[in-house]
Design a protein around this ligand. Structure first.
Ligand SMILES: Cc1ncc(COP(=O)(O)O)c(C=O)c1O
Length: 347
């Protein structure tokens, strides 16, 4: 693209961003069930920026944001930095956020906005069934509460048919849809987007004030990749690879970790969420693992109230290898040791 466009790429591409990229994204969003015009979309520097812009625009410091539990730590950090409060709603590893619990929470608390990852959540890997998506939209509409929908993993579902976005079940005014190419293509490209509905003007201006524009070259490159069909071909391959890697990693947990260990069966993506025996402290495990150059995500970082002390999230995005197998053996040994240590101490 640099050779083809030369100087054109050295200028700012001010919000809403590259028109061809927005056209291609709008076309793709149809697969998620969302009828979108390119002009409805604003390009952002990744999904994290999209989420932060939405939170800043529709909520104020002190406001309550209802989220899944466990939830993506980047969302928790954004809520914390913006001085807002996270209200954790129990979430089922198969069917997603509990609508009964959310309904009770809405009765009890003045929730300002709900921020969820309804398709292939992080870290649980669960997807809300379509009937729950509709029920969620109805529930939030009753109290006039907007939804920030993070659909970053939507393209990585393991089913043949892409899961529909919650946005497909609602009016454009109720849901602010956020996503990026960070999980499907590459985080280093730093390209995301938001379809902010009625907040379009406010969010475009806030985006401009935050960093003027998202870098131009990756916008051109991704637009071209999408237009030529490379993205669809790549997705078909990578979804298949991730599903295989998730299943190999899950088998390794079964083989090397204590018997009581429980593992999620994600409906897409590339992470698994593991419940270790109650005695195992995942923060301690994380330190020990890091010393052996093994990186894991400890459970408490996925909770605003530091829950999930004996949980970890493992990333399965790397192709299975001897090095990974050795790492799993080492990790399993550490978990066994931490699990047995208390027993020994008591004797
Ligand atoms: C659920 C979820 N949302 C948002 C992000 C951030 O995305 P980006 O790298 O595009 O800013 C991540 C990254 O891990 C994520 O898992």
């Amino acid at each position: 693209m640099a050779r083809k466009y030369g100087n054109e790429l050295s200028t700012y591409q001010f919000p809403p961003g590259n028109p061809e990229l927005r056209r291609q994204i709008a076309r793709r969003m149809v697969e998620a069930g969302c009828q979108t015009r390119p002009d409805d979309i604003i390009i952002t520097s990744g999904c994290q920026e999209a989420l932060t812009l939405c939170l800043q625009t529709i909520a104020n410091p002190g406001d309550i944001i209802a989220i899944e539990s466990p939830a993506f730590y980047g969302l928790l950090q954004a809520i914390e930095v913006l001085g807002m409060k996270a209200l954790e709603i129990p979430t089922d590893p198969k069917t997603g956020i509990s609508l009964a619990a959310l309904s009770l929470a809405l009765e009890k608390w003045p929730v300002k906005v709900c921020a969820l990852v309804p398709n292939v959540s992080n870290p649980l890997g669960c997807t809300l069934p379509d009937e729950n998506k509709q029920a969620l939209v109805d529930l939030l509409a009753q109290s006039d509460i907007p939804l920030i929908e993070d659909d970053i993993y939507g393209d990585l579902g393991f089913d043949a048919r892409r899961p529909r976005a919650v946005s497909a079940f609602s009016s454009e005014q109720q849901v602010l849809y956020c996503s990026s190419f960070s999980k499907s293509l590459s985080p280093g490209l730093g390209i995301g987007w938001v379809r902010p509905g009625k907040y379009r003007e406010k969010i475009a201006y806030r985006k401009y004030v935050t960093n003027l524009a998202t870098p131009t070259l990756p916008q051109y490159a991704i637009a071209d990749f999408l237009r030529q069909g490379g993205y669809d071909r790549y997705l078909r391959q990578v979804r298949h690879d991730y599903q295989r890697q998730v299943s190999i990693m899950t088998r390794a947990v079964g083989k090397y970790f204590p018997q009581e260990t429980r593992v999620t069966q994600p409906q897409g993506g590339f992470v698994i969420w593991i419940e270790l025996p109650e005695k195992v402290d995942s923060l301690q495990l994380c330190q020990q693992a890091l010393a052996q150059r093994i990186s894991i995500a400890p459970g408490p970082i996925f909770s605003a109230s530091r829950k999930y002390r004996n949980f970890i999230r493992l990333n399965c995005a790397q192709p299975w290898s001897e090095t990974l197998e050795k790492a799993m053996i080492t990790l399993g040994r550490m978990v066994h040791e931490l699990n047995n240590r208390d027993n020994k101490d008591r004797q």
